[in-house]
Design a protein around this ligand. Structure first.
Ligand SMILES: Cc1cc2nc3c(=O)[nH]c(=O)nc-3n(C[C@H](O)[C@H](O)[C@H](O)COP(=O)(O)O)c2cc1C
Length: 185
């Protein structure tokens, strides 16, 4: 698939099966991720590949976090939360490493990590994989952040769920003129 086709056809895929991206595919995704624009070359990101048994450990962390956040949560709901990371063969957690900088405010560092995340999504699509970028409460949870080695000032910008699409996503066509304007002063 050429680059323009990848850029203009990506769709999220929530139902993902084995096989997930292998080592070579994952490395290509990270090569693309680190091509994201990055003001002052801060490299404000970490990419944690979570696969195999590590997904169950991430599920335990999600469940612990839910219990800590809302101690009265019914057990069935805790188990549902625990199972979330097993929805795909591979997850990449993208973490924005946010530091004080005289020229680059934190929001730019977060945007940079977000651009890196999107490069991963697009590379996955170009390689024939499906994926969906998810956040939810775990991204902003101190227990989850600590388990992933993120500092208080860092932000988990997303959990990128990746695998083989169970079925092809419906194609959608936006009318770009709903969003595109020419500004001439
Ligand atoms: C920062 C961010 C966080 C998101 N979090 C979630 C999420 O937690 N759960 C979810 O179902 N979709 C989430 N989405 C939306 C999906 O990734 C996806 O974009 C959406 O389902 C629309 O599908 P499309 O990408 O094919 O247009 C998030 C998107 C972004 C950019």
């Amino acid at each position: 698939m050429n680059a323009i086709e990848a850029l203009t056809t990506r769709k999220s895929v929530a139902m993902l099966a084995e096989p997930g991206p292998d080592k070579a595919a994952l490395e290509t995704m990270i090569e693309a991720a680190v091509r994201a624009p990055d003001h002052c070359h801060l490299r404000p990101w970490r990419f944690l590949v979570i696969e195999g048994e590590a997904r169950a450990r991430l599920g335990d962390v999600f469940a612990e976090a839910e219990r800590l956040r809302a101690p009265d949560t019914p057990d069935a709901m805790i188990e549902k939360v625990r199972g979330k990371p097993t929805r795909a063969p591979v997850i990449i957690a993208v973490i924005a490493k946010v530091d004080e900088h005289p020229k680059v405010p934190g929001v730019e560092q977060i945007l940079s990590a977000g651009a890196a995340a999107q490069n991963i999504m697009l590379t996955a699509h170009a390689l024939g994989f499906g994926g969906i970028w998810r956040t939810g409460k775990p991204c902003f949870d101190p227990h989850v952040k600590a388990a992933l080695g993120a500092r208080e000032q860092d932000l988990i910008v997303g959990f990128l769920y990746l695998g083989t699409p169970v079925r092809a996503p419906a194609t959608a066509k936006d009318d770009i003129h709903d969003y595109m304007e020419h500004w001439a002063g």
